[in-house]
Design a protein around this ligand. Structure first.
Ligand code: SAH
Ligand code: F3S
Length: 456
């Protein structure tokens, strides 16, 4: 018995567990980052510590993404690099968790036999127990049950940023967009009860958070299967009352669930930011239909004008998929036209990537050549940039409310923060300003990506 063990025994303390080191990488979206926090909190409770060198780790974990082929390719290549780590140190446990684990299942171990744990998207909270199983039974473990509800114990201390937090309010997706692997990887929609979310937000605010972003695949359809069927707008109203909370945002919204009621809450609740991510995917009705998006270009435009009428400060961001099977030049021109009509603040522009098992991949031919997809992507990005530049320039001379984040990575004399429309704002360093402070900044310069100004 060493001296620490002796002291613990004398004082009647439980035996200290040996510290195990975990190397962790998170790929993909915000939702994955929150799930990564959940896993890391669970591991920390079991005595694991985070380490930054794979060679030093007892456990190597990847939380993965499947939304496009490129995302999976990155993880396959990382796993390839790990084969020699496993040869040198067979005792290290390697785990693939999240969307790609769910999507590829046991194929992961066929292609990368050095992987010890494959755990899908409803097993994040079991990761410590599954790793224990790997280590005590000395054999690989695969856990892929997607129909279960998983307990979520969030440890507020594992959050990467002190003033901002993401809160997942629902898991899974009930829509059936023909290109999308998410319903398969994340299962069907389950919402967290309002009370649980409210408690989580209270705890986060108590721990210094002032900006909360609510997350869900179709976050505005929140509440569907809960007792009493609370609406998403009601959840926002409840959270708007939380003392000490300053900002509420939410991603991602599905167009058809933008009700009048929700626009009204966006306009009336002072903490709800007037910024909305509302993926449109295409401006061609034919393509929208083939994507099974359940709205037309006209319906989308009508929703946007209703939103702007009720909530005049509203700014929108969107997602596009270019080169969907059968997309013609004329279809693409319609998308450009819609971009101009709506005047989005920003766009995420993706090239179509066929995902095995989705209706688009099995029934349609991926017939737009990669070169043409890239050309359309470049044209769309250029068109968006021109709009963003005009929009950002229009703020010169006005003052915006900014949440200070920290010193700029590129220029140590400048601080950065985000305004109410989530735009990046630069302003000069001053001793009296700390990260987490809210300030008014008068804008003097603008590019299409950021604003610069002076604190007023
Ligand atoms: N509702 C989700 C959407 C998840 S996927 C959310 O929370 O954001 C994010 C975006 O990826 C989609 O809006 C779509 O534009 C894009 N995407 C999804 N599947 C794709 C595919 N097979 N190829 C290219 N882009 C895709
Ligand atoms: Fe995917 Fe469509 Fe749901 S894009 S996440 S199936 S709303």
């Amino acid at each position: 018995m060493n001296s620490e063990q002796l002291i613990r025994q004398t004082l009647g303390l439980p035996a200290a567990r040996a510290t195990r080191k975990v190397y962790f990488e998170s790929f993909g979206c915000q939702m994955n980052l929150v799930d990564s926090e959940l896993v890391l909190a669970g591991l920390q409770r079991k005595g694991y510590v985070l380490c930054h060198d794979r060679m030093d780790a007892d456990v190597i974990l990847f939380n993965t993404c499947s939304v496009r082929q490129h995302a999976e390719d990155k993880v396959w290549s990382r796993l390839g690099q790990l084969a020699h780590v496993k040869r040198q140190r067979p005792e290290v446990a390697i785990g693939v968790i999240g969307c790609m684990a769910q999507n590829e299942g046991s194929r992961i171990r066929e292609r990368a036999p050095h992987v010890d744990l494959v755990a899908g998207t409803r097993h994040f909270s079991d990761v410590p127990a599954l790793l224990e199983q790997v280590q005590t039974q000395h054999k690989p473990v695969v856990a892929l049950d997607i129909d279960r509800r998983m307990p979520e114990e969030r440890d507020v201390l594992t959050r990467p940023e002190p003033f901002k937090a993401f809160v997942s309010v629902m898991r899974g997706c009930d829509m059936a967009c023909t290109y999308c692997v998410v319903p398969k990887t994340r299962g069907s929609e389950i919402s967290k009860p309002v009370r649980e979310i409210h408690d989580e937000v209270l705890r986060l605010v108590g721990d210094g958070v002032s900006e909360v972003t609510l997350l869900g695949q179709t976050v505005n359809s929140y509440g569907k299967r809960l007792d009493g069927r609370p609406r998403f707008s009601q959840l926002l109203e409840v959270l708007n009352e939380v003392q000490g909370l300053q900002r509420l945002r939410f991603i991602t919204s599905y167009p058809m669930f933008m009700t009048r009621d929700l626009w009204r809450v966006m306009a009336e609740c002072d903490k709800v930011m007037p910024y909305l991510h509302l993926p449109v995917q295409s401006g061609s009705n034919r393509v929208l239909k083939a994507m099974n998006r359940l709205y037309t270009k006209e319906r989308y435009l009508a929703l946007v004008s209703e939103g702007k009428e009720i909530c005049p400060e509203l700014e929108l961001a969107t997602d596009w998929i270019l080169g969907f099977p059968g997309e013609t030049d004329a279809d693409f021109e319609e998308s450009l036209e819609l971009l101009e009509r709506v005047q989005f603040q920003g766009s995420f522009v993706f090239r179509y990537s066929p995902r095995e098992g989705t209706p688009a991949a099995s029934e349609l031919v991926d017939d737009v050549p990669e070169e043409l997809k890239k050309e359309r992507q470049q044209r769309m990005l250029a068109a968006q940039q021109a709009i963003s530049r005009r929009k950002y320039a229009a703020s010169i001379g006005s003052s915006v409310r900014v949440l200070t984040e920290g010193v700029s990575k590129r220029n140590a004399a400048m601080l950065t923060g985000r305004d109410s429309w989530y735009r990046l704002v630069h302003f000069p360093v001053s001793e009296s300003i700390k990260p987490g402070d809210y300030l008014d900044v008068r804008i003097t310069k603008a590019t299409g990506l950021s604003l610069t100004g002076e604190v007023v």
